[in-house]
Design a protein around this ligand. Structure first.
Ligand SMILES: O=C(O)CCC(=O)C(=O)O
Length: 274
């Protein structure tokens, strides 16, 4: 485990081995596969056309409004890591919008899943994350597998920029290399899980609307404050191997108390094979 970042293994992470992705895939180039293996991420430039991006923004808009209306009813406008003054998270647009569902099960995503996960892939999660203008909080450094512990630990996150994402408005930053050691321990804070603070070697990854940051569930990442007047919008879609399970329980208290197969037919769609 990489001691220079002060990281230690998650209590449930025993004997993890990263599986390399050799050769060219359907869409992932050998260079991108090497970056994914060595750095834990790559950028897929201009992955999504402007018409599709506009359709996604329109489809997500009512869900984001719902979330903002809900947050406004909460104490201080906050609920968990979300808040009217910081970030809104609309869960599972693909379960309610054909536009989002078609996007999540598109050839682009099927090809990414095929190349980076394997032949039998399911949509594991989708959410729209809108960082509000002059946001009050950053999103802390975390691995996606640090929130809900999934096995196999290595699944795929595709962070699709619906607006340009810049260092000024809270683009993704990643911490290369750590993914190869599996899930690390996180602490639970009032504004989310955190695995490290201001780590050395972090890389900011600005991308234009329509580009995607493709990274592992094991790649630590964070986003900073949005210091602009505009909302920064992203649609995050994640893919896991068929048969993946979510482990429940308190990692500090002992082994998992439940293992739940991730195959909810309302939203965890099996990806097309061809
Ligand atoms: O888009 C963001 O600001 C952060 C999203 C994120 O880190 C996540 O969904 O895991």
């Amino acid at each position: 485990m990489n001691k220079s970042h002060g990281l230690s293994p998650h209590p449930w992470n025993r004997g993890f081995t990263w599986r390399d992705h050799a050769g060219a895939g359907r869409i992932v180039t050998p260079e991108q596969a090497r970056a994914y293996d060595e750095q834990g991420y790559f950028v897929l430039e201009h992955a999504v056309d402007p018409v599709t991006i506009a359709a996604l923004v329109d489809a997500i808009e009512p869900f984001d409004r719902e979330v903002m209306d809900f947050l406004a009813t909460q104490p201080d406008g906050r609920f968990s890591i979300a808040g009217v003054d910081t970030v809104s998270i609309a869960l599972h647009p693909a379960s309610r919008s054909a536009v989002c569902r078609d996007f999540c099960t598109s050839e682009l995503m099927a090809d990414l899943g095929h190349d980076l996960i394997g032949p039998d892939v399911r949509l594991y999660w989708d959410q729209a994350v809108y960082k509000k203008s002059h946001s009050a909080e950053p999103v802390l450094w975390h691995q996606d597998n640090g929130y809900t512990y999934v096995e196999p630990q290595a699944y795929l996150t595709v962070w699709v920029a619906l607006t340009d994402a810049t260092p000024d408005n809270g683009c993704i930053s990643v911490l290369p290399g750590v993914h190869r050691t599996g899930t690390v321990a996180h602490r639970n804070t009032p504004i989310g899980f955190e695995c490290c603070v201001d780590p050395e070697g972090a890389v900011e990854v600005p991308v234009q609307a329509g580009s995607a940051v493709v990274f592992s569930s094991l790649t630590p990442h964070a986003t900073g404050y949005n210091r602009t007047d505009e909302v920064r919008k992203a649609y995050i879609v994640q893919y896991a191997p068929e048969g993946a399970v979510a482990l429940h329980g308190d990692p500090d208290a002992g082994p998992p108390t439940a293992r739940v197969v991730q195959d909810d037919p309302r939203r965890q769609f099996l990806m097309p094979v061809d």
